[in-house]
Design a protein around this ligand. Structure first.
Ligand code: FMN
Length: 200
């Protein structure tokens, strides 16, 4: 029998943006990934700090090549995953009121996909029949009202460019030490539920 859109397993790309392995955002991300997998999502996790991702050079090479970044590093296959997957979870702690350098480098390198979408007017999604959704998970040590505001704006801008609907954020202020999030009364359960909702 032919595979229908409903029967297809949703592919979930889980992106770890913290350089502190096993810390707060990683713990939340693991729960979100488990929640997505519990609903039948086919989860792939990537750890940006382990990859070779140069910052964007604004060399305009991607304009000359028609949307292919000329820097040869791990972004080449990440671009493909970003076009192929159906669900996305990006987690990053707050560093100086924004996302980490690792997460921002990956996002900035999506300028090549921006060229495909806005200059060439071509679709980003390789499976345009699937709806694409993404969420953002974050923590920060302080409790400023605007702690997550800039990062949320960045994530929304990135998801729009990738034809991914920004669906939700899960953010926790006042989380500083390595395992602080484990002591939060609901955070890990909330992250699991977010992963479930993203796939159901
Ligand atoms: C370079 C650096 C910059 C930071 N900047 C901020 C900040 O601007 N605001 C804030 O509330 N916390 C800031 N923090 C604290 C982290 O967001 C916090 O410790 C968080 O729990 C780290 O998450 P992780 O365990 O997932 O790496 C900063 C930490 C580092 C290392």
């Amino acid at each position: 029998m032919a595979e229908t859109t409903q029967a297809k397993k949703l592919k979930v790309l889980v992106i770890a943006g913290s350089p502190r392995r096993g810390g707060n955002t990683d713990r939340l991300l693991d729960q979100a990934a488990a929640g997505a997998a519990s609903q039948g999502g086919q989860v792939k996790q990537i750890v940006l700090a382990d990859l070779d991702i140069s910052p964007c050079l604004h060399c305009d090479g991607c304009i000359q090549t028609g949307g292919i970044c000329v820097i040869e590093d791990d972004m080449q296959w990440i671009h493909n995953d970003l076009r192929e997957y159906d669900r996305f979870i990006l987690a990053s702690p707050i560093f100086f009121m924004g996302i980490t350098a690792q997460a921002k480098a990956m996002i900035d390198r999506c300028q090549a996909l921006w060229v495909i979408k806005y200059r060439l007017k071509l679709p980003i999604a390789l499976n345009p029949q699937m709806d694409r959704k993404g969420v953002f998970i974050s923590v920060g040590a302080s409790k400023y009202d605007n702690l997550f505001q800039g990062s949320i704006a960045t994530l929304k801008s990135w998801y729009v460019t990738l034809d991914i609907k920004y669906s939700a954020e899960l953010v926790f202020p006042g989380i500083e030490n390595y395992d602080a999030v484990s002591k939060h009364p609901t955070a890990l359960k909330d992250a699991f539920a977010l992963g479930q909702q993203l796939v159901s």
